[in-house]
Each structure stands twice: as C-alpha cells, then as structure tokens.
Design a protein around this ligand. Structure first.
Ligand code: SAH
Length: 203
C-alpha cells in the first residue's frame, strides 16, 4: 500500500466501523478507475472528475453507503450509475454479484475493461436507464444508486427490492441532497434519511 492509500485507510477507520467495508476499500486499486491525469489524487478522499463530465465517488461516501446497505456474502446487488466502476468494485468484494447499469455507453464499456483488469469477475454491466432497474435480474437484496434522484426514488427500483432488501440513494429536494435508506420490511417500505452529500443528477 502506498503512503496515500495508508492515509486514506486511516481516515476511513475514524468514520467506518464495519471491518468488511474497510477491507473492501483497501482491496480496490482506485488508481485504476480514475482519469490518467488524476492518478496522483487517486487516494485523496474526494470525488474526482472523469472523462465524460461525470465523477468517481468519494471513498468515504462509498464506504458509508456500503456500510448502510448491510451487505451479506450471498446478496445480489444492483448498482445504478456505474460510472467508472469503482463503487461496483467495492460492492463486488462484499456480495455475491453486482449488476451495474450506466446510461453513458462509453463509461459502461470502459468500466467493463477496468473491472476485468482488476480480476473482478462478479459484476455484470449494461448500458441503459437505471431508473427502470433491471427486471430480468430482480429482486435484489440491495440497490445502490450513485446519482441524485429529485424528490422521489424511482418506483421501479423500490419494486425490485427483495423482502428485507435495502436501497440507498441520494435524494435531492431542490435545496440539498441527502442519502436516503429504504428497507423493505413485512409492513412495507421504511425510509430513513442519513447525511447530506453531493452527487451528479440521475437523468
Ligand atoms: N459509482 C460511480 C459514480 C458515478 S457518478 C463511480 O464509482 O465511479 C453517477 C453516474 O450515474 C454517472 O456516470 C452518470 O452517467 C450515471 N447516471 C445518471 N443517470 C443515470 C441513469 N438514469 N441510469 C444510469 N446511469 C445514470
């Protein structure tokens, strides 16, 4: 591990208590997912711009979202807004299989290449509108949304949650964006609002 990666691991430890999540972050070489000219910043704890006007998520936010999803080794997870594939790579270490959807075909294609280079073989990628979810592979034990929905989480995504399933998404109300956790319980959908974040919009 480089000095920068060690520094990041240490600062994550202050906010994340789930050891499996910390291990998953440490196992993913973030430098492979960032734009070539930003490699020196790969282990900075912030979102970085990618080649197509989108971003690669901040490690602390990725870790918080993974922790909130309470992932189990057998879980099948839908990742909406695959982008660089970084977040999916971390999820892939924590569950059985990740289904990643990205609207920008160029990003989806690039992510497939990087994930294969990293030896990650439990992520299936499609280019398309993630607001529809991925009905062919539903239901999912967990759904991760990496782009901010306005006011409400797309219904199709909530419908594709398995019993006991968890969904996390940034939700924009026009003023700010907050991470929202949805859980499918026996009584129905239970919603909890977590901290404020910044994400690109879900379009
Ligand atoms: N998880 C990514 C972060 C990507 S930023 C990473 O770790 O790198 C959010 C991504 O969501 C962008 O790549 C954007 O193109 C994508 N996106 C936005 N709206 C979408 C939609 N409706 N369906 C699928 N992807 C979408």
């Amino acid at each position: 591990m480089t000095r920068a990666a060690r520094r990041l691991a240490k600062s994550l430890r202050a906010r994340i208590s789930d050891e499996r999540v910390l291990e998953a972050i440490a196992a993913v070489p973030r430098e492979r997912f960032v734009r070539a000219d930003l490699i020196d910043d790969a282990y900075e704890d912030r979102a970085l711009p990618n080649a197509h006007g989108q971003t690669i998520s901040q490690p602390t936010v990725v870790a918080l979202m993974c922790e909130a999803l309470e992932l189990q080794p057998d879980d099948r997870v839908l990742d909406v807004g695959l982008g660089s594939g970084y977040h999916a790579a971390v999820l892939a270490h924590l569950c059985a299989h990740v289904y990643g959807i990205e609207r920008d075909r160029r990003l989806a294609t690039a992510a497939v290449g990087v994930l294969a280079d990293c030896g990650i073989d439990n992520v299936t990628v499609a280019a398309g509108d993630g607001r529809d979810g991925w009905p062919e592979h539903a239901p999912f034990q967990a759904i991760n949304v990496a782009a901010a929905a306005r006011h409400r989480i797309p219904e199709a995504l909530e419908e594709q949650l398995a019993p006991g399933g968890r969904l996390i998404a940034p939700l924009a109300d026009g003023v700010e964006e907050r991470l929202t956790l949805v859980r499918r319980t026996q009584e129905g959908l239970e919603r909890t609002t977590l901290g404020a974040v910044r994400f690109v919009p879900l379009r």
